[in-house]
Every structure is written in C-alpha cells, then in structure tokens.
Write a protein that binds this ligand. Sequence first.
Ligand SMILES: [Cu+2]
Length: 153
Amino acid sequence: MKQILGAGLALVVVWCTGALASADDKMSSMGSMKMGGMKMMGGMSHTFKIKAQNGSGESGTATLTQKGSSVVVKLALIDGTGMQPAHIHKGTCAKLDPKPAYPLMTVSDGKSTTTLHDMKLSTLTAGGFAINVHKSTTDIKDYVACGSLYVPH
Ligand SMILES: [Cu+2]
C-alpha cells in the first residue's frame, strides 16, 4: 500500500512539472508573436519640416511612412494655394538637382499624398534627397518651399 502511494505521488510531481514547463513555453512563444506583430504593424514614419523659399510664406511638413514595400509621402503646407507641383529631388535644398527623382502628387491647396511603390524609407532618408514645391503648374521654375529628407543615423 505504501509503495503504491509513493508511486502515485511521484507521478503527480512529474505531471505537475511537465504542465508548468509547457505553460512557460506557451507564454514565451506568445510573447515573441506579439512583438513580431507590433513590428509588422507599426510602420516606420518620419516627419520633416518644409521651409518657405523665395518669400512664399508656404511652410509645413512632409511625413514619410513605410507601408509594406511602399512609402507614403504626405505633404501639408500652410498657405498653399491652387495646384503646385511637388517632387523628390536629389540633392539638398541649397543645391538641388533640377531634374525630379520621384514625382509627387501635385499639391492642391497645400495638401498632397503620394504612394511610392517598391520604395524603402531608409533610401529616401539617407541624406541624398529633398522635397520641393513649385509655385504653380505654369511657374514650375519658381520654388516656394523645400525640405531635406535627411535622418541622421
Ligand atoms: Cu520639383
């Protein structure tokens, strides 16, 4: 009788530790799944100042967000009027390559949203690019606002 009881107790102990171990495993795997999900959902985003040029009084922000394999570029300019072409150019605001690198949706009353497909945010923010806004569709050569996309690493 004593022997059977002893065996029973030993079995219970083994079963308990077994259950605890598997519960721990479950918790840790849930934890890592959660972290992976958050990384996937929270797309990297950067906001840049867009400064007025040539006395335009048009300033604002450009927000660039990585969404999957695309980058969404959102422009918001205070005192923007009418239709104003905007692009991402190579270079800096002080020294801009006049040829657009990536065209953006034409700014309409200060607002524009563009999705650039197959684009990495890190490429645009490495220091080689700036966003500029032109006065109007007929005065493309006049710049009204510009902002560097550089993010120091
Ligand atoms: Cu341009």
